[in-house]
Ligand binder design. Structure first.
Ligand code: HEM
Length: 207
């Protein structure tokens, strides 16, 4: 039974690993699409890309899939954190790890909460924001505000930290351990955090 498997400790870890890797895939695609912001054509390519996605018949199924994967990842994260706290009744007064858990793994739930807050605000701003003169102009106006720039920089730092630990931890859960995976995780988290962090600065300040 999938629900029984998902409620076992290894099932929860596997579920987190698989959903996390799917979300990783989304981020790579999202960054590639957003690179069109770098094109010097007044936002024509970026708006055309956005129109293409909005009118694509697979957009709604893809969004539903993404929401389900994200919700599952969140639900399992809360459940694993609860299990870990129950296994360590003294709570969080000490940073000593139990069962070999590292500082990064202790803080995953906190970095995850920051990402969740980021995502809610991000969707409110861009996906559901008013765009009378197109998405590109909305992105431009948003990143011309210093407060947004600072918030994006902080959020991308936290995202990079979350992704760094997440990548090799996910492969460890899937019993794939290698230095190459660790290095790939580091490169990917740097590319994603620096890429997503650079775009607002480029659009809002350098352009
Ligand atoms: C430079 C950084 C980023 C920019 C410029 C950006 C831009 C955008 C824009 C313009 C949209 C709306 C697309 C549309 O309605 O057509 C969007 C949607 C979205 N963004 Fe971002 N984004 C950035 C970073 C991120 C990050 C770091 C995450 C995740 C942690 C993220 C997750 C999402 C999600 C889940 C959607 C909704 C996708 C959908 O439902 O189709 N974005 N983003």
């Amino acid at each position: 039974m999938p629900s029984t498997f998902l409620s076992s400790p290894i099932g929860k870890k596997m579920g987190m690993a698989l959903t996390g890797l799917i979300l990783y895939g989304f981020l790579v695609g999202h960054l590639l699409g957003n690179l069109l912001l770098l094109k010097d054509d007044g936002g024509r390519s970026f708006n055309a890309y956005s129109d293409f996605l909005i009118n694509h018949p697979l957009l709604i199924p893809a969004e539903i899939f993404l929401v389900v994967v994200f919700a599952l990842h969140l639900f399992l994260a809360i459940s694993v954190t609860r299990d870990n706290r129950r296994a360590r009744p003294v709570g969080y007064q000490t940073t000593q790890s139990v069962g070999g858990r590292s500082f990064a793994s202790h803080t995953m739930i906190y970095s995850g909460v920051v990402i969740l807050v980021f995502l809610v605000l991000h969707l409110k701003t861009f996906k559901y924001g008013d765009k009378p003169s197109g998405l590109y102009d909305l992105v431009l106006a948003t990143f011309q505000q210093t407060g947004y720039l600072i918030w994006y920089a902080v959020a991308m730092l936290v995202l990079g930290f979350h992704l760094w630990h997440a990548f090799h931890s996910a492969f460890q859960t899937l019993s794939i351990r290698s230095d190459k995976i660790k290095s790939l995780g580091l490169v990917l988290c740097l590319v994603l955090a620096l890429g997503f962090g650079f775009l607002p600065v480029y659009v809002g300040v350098l352009k």
